[in-house]
Design a protein around this ligand. Structure first.
Ligand code: ADP
Ligand code: MG
Length: 241
């Protein structure tokens, strides 16, 4: 049962066509690795799924929402979709707990006690139970990124989108963030992750979508990373190693 479906998606910025005929789907509980060279359209594809960009053609359906419908209820879409970027964007003047409870309090109008309990449970999930009272600047980059993931999880999303969430981190901190994502995947979360961590993708992805010049050039299960069918994917993998 697919929970995210892109059908012949077109996206241009002015004259420049960035996504051409992009189609793929994600089943409930699936982990999809979206890979490809810089500029191939990965971030744009994720942003279209969360309607941070409006598509010019084709259709996108996410958790029953028609994302390309002009009457889309953006608030409900955003409750179902969690998105985490390379930069964590935590509010520096708020504690980690306040960063996390902000959404549940303001968007979901949850009672304060419930929001706090929720914050502690998602912080537990990402291994930061003891950091609730800390400010972002007191945390390492890896811890801040885990806090950003916790903030997303507090909204109880049905799908998570990760856009190169470890690219700004050194290898040691990368590992701790990847472990959090892996645990989340193991718990059955549906996710699309844009990543350059090929070993990680090989290990946890149920499906790999390789983008090249704005198109899905090759896709399949993780075995395509071992045996790519196209020279473009072959070249991409050699460059990543
Ligand atoms: P990736 O995430 O794979 O590196 P992007 O989706 O960020 O690729 O970008 C794909 C192409 O779209 C690039 O050529 C980029 O310059 C262009 N692009 C992305 N966002 C914009 C924008 N807001 N305006 C104009 N061009 C953009
Ligand atoms: Mg990108």
């Amino acid at each position: 049962m697919s929970i995210i479906t892109l059908n012949n998606v077109q996206k241009s910025f002015g004259e420049i066509s960035v996504l051409n005929d992009v189609s793929f789907s994600v089943d409930k509980g699936q982990v999809v690795a979206l890979i490809g060279a810089s500029g191939s359209g990965k971030s744009t594809a994720l942003r279209c799924i969360d309607r941070l960009e409006v598509i010019n053609g084709g259709s996108i359906e996410v958790c029953g929402h028609r994302v390309d419908d002009p009457h889309l209820d953006l608030r409900r879409l955003r409750q179902d979709v969690g998105i985490v970027f390379q930069s964590y964007n935590l509010f520096p003047h708020l504690t980690i707990e306040q960063n996390i409870t902000l959404g549940p309090l303001s968007v979901k109008k949850q009672p304060k006690q419930d929001a706090r309990r929720l914050a502690h449970s998602v912080l537990e999930q990402v291994g930061l139970a003891d950091k609730a009272e800390s400010y972002p600047e007191q945390l390492s980059g890896g811890q801040q990124q885990r806090a950003a993931i916790a903030r997303s999880l507090a909204m109880k999303p049905k799908v998570m989108l990760f856009d190169e969430v470890t690219s700004a981190l050194d290898p040691k901190l990368t590992g701790e963030v990847l472990r959090v994502i892996e645990r989340l995947a193991g718990s059955g979360m549906t996710m699309i992750m844009v990543t350059h961590e090929m070993n990680f993708a090989r290990r946890i992805a149920d499906k790999v979508v390789f983008m090249h010049q704005g198109r899905v050039h090759e896709s399949g299960d993780a075995s395509i990373l071992q045996q790519p069918a196209t020279s473009e994917l072959q070249d991409f993998i050699s460059n990543e190693l």
